[in-house]
Write a protein that binds this ligand. Structure first.
Ligand SMILES: Cc1ncc(COP(=O)(O)O)c(C=O)c1O
Length: 293
């Protein structure tokens, strides 16, 4: 039996064509998504991912989805897939629409897809020559309009790297194509603020929260504190860096723009703390209000 996907309540073989060519998600990338790790058979931090999914739908002005139905779809995908699922993707596209950008009146489609997890746990990064627009209409939204990330990821892959780090329009460090970024320097770890235009990564949020609980010096940088030039300090060995994502955890950057760089000792301890806490707490409750950090 081949892998299955769940679409709007029904399981299908993964390679079966299901969506119409007029789906606005297909024509203009009008949709949102979540990627989750599955740990010991459980979708990790599912409630937080579902909260962010609702936030993204809201920011996009898309119809809300029924969360219990999405949870049921996830259970069905995990049960139905013949091989172990290590990563889940939930995608919501806005449904059938016109050829142009104006959204149609189609019903949104919910797609849940399980697959193997293969993200490298040590990161080889390059600096992207482009900018993230922190004032974009969809800054901070996990939208399926990911073409700019695709171009940057291709740019990285051509240099044998697995992540590209990007600055925002002010030249401040922002994030990677599929990760947040953390910098260790002067005995503490800092990560760009959401005002830089980065995604409010679930992993980033948990690293910050859990580190604070155990008294580790990890904080959100002040706006403008982290210039892209901090990566020169990483190259020179005066600072260290790591990327975070649901599939990678907190992964050290060990190669940057063509040269090996060292793993940060504090970042390593933070990463170990994160992994052991994540093993113990599969669905950490979301903060009561969406934090501004
Ligand atoms: C642009 C971007 N930033 C950051 C992240 C990390 O987010 P999370 O920790 O929720 O996986 C992702 C994840 O895919 C991403 O696409």
């Amino acid at each position: 039996m081949s892998a299955v996907v769940w679409v709007d309540g029904t399981l299908y073989p993964a390679n079966e064509p299901i969506l119409s060519a007029s789906n606005h998600g297909v024509t203009v990338g009008d949709g949102v998504f979540e990627t989750l790790a599955v740990k010991d058979g459980d979708p990790f931090a599912l409630t937080r991912h579902l909260v962010r999914l609702q936030y993204s739908l809201d920011r996009m002005g898309m119809q809300a989805v029924d969360i219990p139905t999405v949870r049921q779809g996830i259970r069905e995908v995990l049960e139905a897939n013949p091989t172990e699922v290590a990563r889940l993707r939930i995608t919501v596209v806005s449904g059938s629409g016109p050829m142009g950008s104006v959204r149609g009146t189609g019903k949104p489609n919910v797609i849940i897809w399980g697959g193997p997890g293969s993200a490298p746990l040590r990161c080889r990064a390059v600096r992207a020559p482009w900018r993230r627009n922190e004032r974009s209409a969809i800054a901070g939204v996990k939208s399926t309009s990911y073409a700019e990330n695709v171009v940057m990821a291709q740019f990285a892959a051509r240099q044998d790297a697995d992540e590209a780090l990007v600055a925002n329009t002010f030249g401040y460090l922002c994030e990677g194509t599929g990760s947040n970024v953390f910098i260790e320097r002067r005995g503490e770890v800092v990560t760009p603020p959401l005002s830089s235009g980065c995604l409010a990564g679930i992993t980033r949020g948990l690293v910050l929260e859990w580190a604070a609980k155990v008294g580790m010096p990890v904080r959100v940088a002040a706006p403008g504190e982290l210039e892209m030039g901090v990566l020169d300090e990483v190259r020179q060995g005066d600072a260290f860096a790591a990327v975070s994502s649901s599939t990678r955890g907190l992964a050290p950057i060990v190669w940057l723009d063509g040269a090996d760089v060292h793993e940060g000792p504090l970042l390593r301890r933070v990463s170990e703390m994160y992994e052991s806490r994540a093993k113990a707490e599969h669905d950490p409750p979301p903060p009561r209000t969406r934090s501004a950090v």
